[in-house]
Design a protein around this ligand. Structure first.
Ligand SMILES: C[S@@+](CC[C@H](N)C(=O)[O-])C[C@H]1O[C@@H](n2cnc3c(N)ncnc32)[C@H](O)[C@@H]1O
Length: 324
């Protein structure tokens, strides 16, 4: 019988359960985060120099990259659906503020008017952002970034035409395409805007990629075809091109080496509620992972066989030239 196919509900995509060890398991090296943040800030300043307005980080997560952007020249707004992921981000902001002698932490309060559930404030931090409706940014009132808990698959709590730069790292493929395009079009400044999409690129022969392909093959045999980050970004590019956005060639902005083992991939999938974006029946899920485990044992000899590979971070830029 053909399975009833259900996408993971948003709760499952929230990364709530993964927040506590997200950085250890799926985080990027510190140097890479710095390089990415510098490349984002530099691109934003080069291409959007005359465009005032904040940088919106969609699916900001634990803020490995966002914490650097939050201390940049442009007002920073980190948005995510997951309270635990944002809580981890808050701690990074507080740590960063504590490292600057003589400054109070400037972790911001909730964005006024939003129903955000990010709490609690990092103890001992002092809010210094004046209450302001997003979209009415005024020079001089900005401090060190706002974090907003909101679902990007719904209307975002931001004013029309209030955003100059949207950055999203490893997140757009998790969002509904049509709504995302509508929101980007609604939020972009009429004078021009930028969209920066970040992704980690892995070698096709890396253990993670080989394991992922095999997992998707096994799921496809059960009637479930997955969506990848590459597909998600390509579909977004095509949709925005029809609205007049121009794509720039992607740039590699960081490179690092990692050690990887088949058991790490298995462990990561064991912990997830869904697989490749699908909410699977528990037994089917267990069966797929068991088949994958035995396939990997045959293929690699040992599940803890360690290999070294190179990963890179790619930044794609799309540019809205402005209403003529
Ligand atoms: C793979 S993480 C990437 C985090 C961060 N951008 C990075 O590169 O480290 C994806 C993030 O997207 C967030 N996310 C998923 N669906 C979302 C939605 N509908 N609205 C807002 N955030 C969402 C998750 O909670 C998670 O923090």
């Amino acid at each position: 019988m053909k399975p009833k196919q259900e996408r993971c509900p948003p709760q499952a995509l929230r990364f709530d359960d993964q927040a506590v060890d997200f950085d250890r398991r799926a985080g990027l090296p510190a140097d890479a985060c710095r390089a990415v943040a510098e490349a984002v800030a530099e691109t934003a300043e080069n291409l959007a120099i005359d465009l005032p307005g904040p940088l919106l980080d969609l699916g900001a997560g634990t803020g490995e990259i966002g914490v650097q952007l939050a201390h940049g020249k442009r007002p920073y707004l980190g948005l995510d659906l997951s309270v635990p992921m944002l809580a981890s981000f808050r701690l990074k902001l507080a740590d960063a503020a504590a490292q600057v002698p003589g400054t109070n932490s400037k972790v911001s309060p909730q964005v006024p008017g939003t129903n955000s559930k990010v709490s609690p404030q990092v103890p001992g931090t002092k809010s210094e952002v004046s209450p302001q409706v997003p979209g009415t940014w005024t020079a001089g009132t900005w401090t060190a970034g706002w974090l907003v808990c909101a679902d990007a698959d719904r209307r975002l709590p931001l004013a029309d035409h209030s955003v100059a730069v949207v950055f999203s790292s490893r997140a757009v493929h998790l969002l509904g395409l049509r709504h995302l395009v509508e929101e980007i079009e609604r939020l972009r400044r009429p004078q021009g805007a930028l969209l920066l999409l970040g992704s980690v690129q892995r070698r096709p022969t890396s253990v993670r990629q080989v394991m992922r392909r095999q997992m998707r093959r096994l799921l496809a045999q059960q009637g479930y075809t997955g969506r990848s980050g590459d597909d998600g970004r390509a579909r977004l590019h095509r949709a925005l091109a029809t609205k007049g956005w121009h794509g720039h060639p992607p740039r590699q902005v960081a490179e690092w080496t990692v050690k990887e083992r088949p058991c790490d991939s298995l462990e990561a999938w064991d912990r997830k509620t869904g697989l490749a974006g699908w909410a699977l029946d528990v037994q089917l899920r267990r069966r797929v992972l068991e088949e994958l485990r035995s396939w990997a044992r045959n293929h690699y000899g040992q599940l803890d066989a360690t290999s070294t590979t190179t990963e890179t971070y790619q930044l794609e830029t799309l540019h809205w030239p402005g209403d003529t």
